[in-house]
Design a protein around this ligand. Structure first.
Ligand code: FAD
Ligand code: NAP
Length: 564
């Protein structure tokens, strides 16, 4: 096989440089470093213009697909056509798409451990400390609720049911490990050079990559994409970094956090509070101002009320000022002093764990952006880009959570990264459409939405031009289980001036994520109230409620449902 590869290169008129590891001093350590970089333990290990192609089979496959010829024609002025900094949702998607388009690509990814020492592998926030572990913990909590319901459906069991945090975390971490490994393999298959190092611009077209051991290497590229995401913010109060945790720690915490204070009231805070309560823990949420800032007010309050029904306690209009350790241990005991945001009142509370979910800071400060002139927002530290994700430095682009004013969601980062690579290297022109991005808050009762909140729609179209249709509804599954008949809620906001086009879609229901996805596509196609009415529902589901909405909010008619 190896001879055939040599013949292949010779037929292409390419000189090969062959290093026989058993013939050189320190061959074993070279082999070790090689397999660390490439994940390939066998020989030959073939590189073309510094890109690892793989073994013999991979080289022949690359020849057949045309990739080999493209790699042989790279611009020698730079080491790479593209260097992507950040191996999360946006960076991985961009790097892989650029490589598929035949470009020579390097991806740098490095996780700075959290102050409590949590660290993880390739894949970024979503895979390791975001969407994936969060949704799985949400599922663990939902299963608990299903157990309670099951008795009403005839399941009989006498033994007490307990939840094991350790078993759950171990299983989730094992799944995450396989996802992260899958990303490494995908990069290798697409001949993206992955380096587990921290990237930082040192001069135009050049980055320094520093690995865990502090070893530095320098690489140049014609183009760069920054996809470094965000990390949890701390409060800067006494005891926060020493004793509090963030979502970076919680989602792989080895022991059950016990009675938990969650500080913050947005997605991360409410989702974590929700699954912790669902797992049977005592949970308090400390809210500085409002729940779910930026979301529909009415919906946000309904989310809060549904969590309260589950036993979550809300401490509104308070902020912590001091965290003190009372007892060491896993989880230990902490005293929190908080002060009112409206007066001089202070309160104290004792918790096993304090989870800070007070927002996230973009990872832009230590990237050397000032050295090459990439503009960031002074207020937020986020990167400013035009509608093609191009920064103030023409050869530097950015995607994902580091962008100023864009939705901070995995599918947004993935789509933006992929389309950017296609525009840069594939002759395409499609830009990422940041309008009508659907989203779901995975609180115990999920909240899905797409388009405008009532407040924003009133601002854009004027309240008098809107029809808001709504109803409370009782999922069939909840009837036998005797769950509350007036918690689930559906609402659409329609613009009268555009034939009642749906400009806002909101649902608070089990599986709201699954419901919202399809309606988001319909909204992209110009969904109107009439079209919803013309659509035949699927019975008996929660989603069908949108095909029968008749009561407007303005009418003030009763929308309550009869229950147990
Ligand atoms: C708790 C939580 C739950 C979430 N749940 C959802 C959800 O359900 N659905 C959803 O759509 N979104 C969710 N999100 C948001 C989603 O995770 C992010 O929008 C998404 O991960 C952003 O992708 P990104 O590529 O911009 O950044 P990231 O995924 O954060 O990746 C950035 C990567 O770059 C690395 N990096 C940073 N600086 C450097 C450097 N200088 N050199 C090298 N590497 C560097 C980081 O370590 C990281 O690996 C959640 C977020 C959190 C925190
Ligand atoms: N399901 C999902 O899709 C999902 C889930 C999780 C996260 N995400 C994404 O991740 C992004 C980040 O979410 P996030 O929840 O971390 O942050 P966020 O949306 O920025 O919310 C920060 C929260 O912390 C509060 N806060 C800020 N500073 C505080 C302080 N000093 N003291 C007390 N409270 C303080 C804020 O209150 P105020 O309102 O008073 O400012 C707000 O409730 C979101 O935009 C979302 O797109 C998505």
């Amino acid at each position: 096989m190896w001879t055939q590869v040599k013949e292949l290169f010779s037929s292409l008129g390419v000189d090969c440089n062959i290093l026989e590891l058993d013939q050189v001093d320190e061959g074993a350590s070279v082999q070790e470093v090689l397999s660390e970089i490439t994940n390939q333990r066998t020989v030959p290990s073939i590189f073309v213009n510094k890109v690892h192609v793989g073994g013999c089979d991979h080289t022949f496959q690359a020849h057949q697909s045309g990739l080999l010829q493209q790699l042989l024609q790279q611009d020698p002025a730079y080491d790479y056509d593209l260097i992507v900094i950040g191996g999360g949702s946006g960076g991985l998607s961009c790097a892989q798409e650029a490589a598929v388009l035949g470009k020579k690509v390097m991806l740098l990814d490095f996780v700075v451990p959290s102050p409590r020492g949590a660290s993880w592998g390739l894949g970024g926030t979503c895979v390791n400390v975001g969407c994936i572990p969060k949704k799985l913990m949400h599922q663990a909590a939902l299963l608990g609720q299903a157990l309670t319901d099951s008795r009403k459906f005839g399941w009989e069991y006498s033994q007490q049911v307990k939840h094991s945090w350790a078993t759950m975390t171990e299983a989730i971490q094992s799944h995450i490990g396989s996802l992260s490994w899958g990303h490494r393999l995908a990069l290798r298959e697409k001949a993206v050079t992955y380096v587990n190092s921290y990237g930082e611009f040192v001069e135009h077209h050049k980055v320094k990559a520093t690995n865990e051991k502090g070893q530095e290497a320098f690489y140049t590229a014609a183009k760069f994409v920054i996809a470094t995401g965000e990390r949890p913010r701390y409060l800067g109060i006494q005891g926060d970094k020493e004793y509090c945790i963030t979502s970076d720690d919680l989602l792989s915490l080895p022991c059950c956090p016990g009675a938990t204070l969650v500080v913050g009231a947005s997605c991360v805070a409410l989702e974590c509070a929700g699954f912790l309560a669902g797992l049977g823990l005592e949970v308090t949420v400390m809210v500085r101002s409002v729940l779910l800032r930026g979301f529909d007010r009415d919906m946000a309050e309904r989310v809060g009320a549904s969590m309260q029904q589950l036993g979550v306690r809300f401490l509104r209009k308070f902020v912590p000022v001091q965290v003190q350790q009372l007892e060491k241990g896993l989880p230990g005991r902490l005293k929190v002093v908080a002060k009112s945001t409206e007066g001089t009142e202070t309160v104290e509370g004792i918790y096993n764990t304090v989870l800070l979910a007070v927002g996230r800071d973009s990872c832009t400060k230590k990237l050397g952006l000032e050295k090459i002139g990439v503009n960031i927002s002074e207020k937020t530290g986020k990167i400013l880009v035009n509608d093609e994700e191009q920064t103030s430095v023409p050869y530097v682009y950015a995607v994902g959570d580091v962008l100023e004013g864009k939705p901070r969601l995995t599918p947004v980062a993935v789509q933006a990264g992929k389309l950017l690579a296609r525009r840069l290297f594939g002759g395409r022109s499609e830009k990422c459409d940041y309008v009508n991005v659907p989203t779901v808050v995975f609180t115990p009762l999920e909240y899905g939405c797409c388009g405008y909140s009532e407040e924003k729609a009133s601002e854009v179209y004027q309240a008098e031009n809107l029809n808001v249709y709504h109803t409370l509804f009782w999922p069939l599954e909840w009837t036998v289980a005797c769950r509350d008949s007036n918690t689930c809620y559906a609402k659409i906001i329609c613009n009268k001036l555009e034939n009642d086009r749906v400009v806002g879609f909101h649902v608070l229901a089990p599986n709201a994520g699954e419901i919202t996805q399809g309606f988001a596509t319909a909204m992209k196609c110009g969904l109107t109230k009439q079209l919803l009415g013309d659509t035949i529902g699927i019975h008996p589901t929660c989603g069908e409620v949108f095909t029968t909405l008749e009561i407007t909010k303005a009418s003030g008619l009763d929308i309550t449902q009869k229950g147990c």
